[in-house]
Design a protein around this ligand. Sequence first.
Ligand code: PNS
Length: 163
Amino acid sequence: MDKLAVYPGSFDPITNGHLDLLERALKIFDHVIIAVASNPAKQPLFSLEERMDLIRRSLQGHPLEKRVSVDTFDGLLVNYVDRVGAKAILRGLRAVSDFEYEFQMALMNRKLNNNIETLYLMTGMRWIYISSRIIKEVVISGGDVQGLVPEVVEEQLKARLHA
Ligand code: PNS
């Protein structure tokens, strides 16, 4: 039986930190589903379709591409995870500041479905300070994010934020 994990998030947009985490997860799991939350309340910069398209394009030609699928979900994450037949939710941890939010989310998900576990992996040191939010902030202010996000994401960020 294939070991399957769900990697949920807003991915607005995907960064090299997300890709690093994905590569680490694929050392443990056979297949990872990147589950993009529709999250309209968060007022994302990119639409759901655009975020999924950026993820797919970022993975194009990647050696692990075939072991990753990209999907979307709304409603409760644990219901989605259950529906696809996975037992694990994958999340990344950067600094202590992530901990409180992640701790709360993991325990709430456990309360909602005790058969699903949340696994935290630490991103590589190179990506420890980046997040989708800070990447957008830098691009808005005219800064360079080359090497921190996939090329296709960099292009789309510039097109969207400098339009
Ligand atoms: O990348 P993000 O924005 O930190 O991801 C947060 C996400 C999408 C994983 C989280 O908001 C979520 O799981 N939303 C779905 C609603 C849900 O299940 N909430 C209960 C757990 S807190």
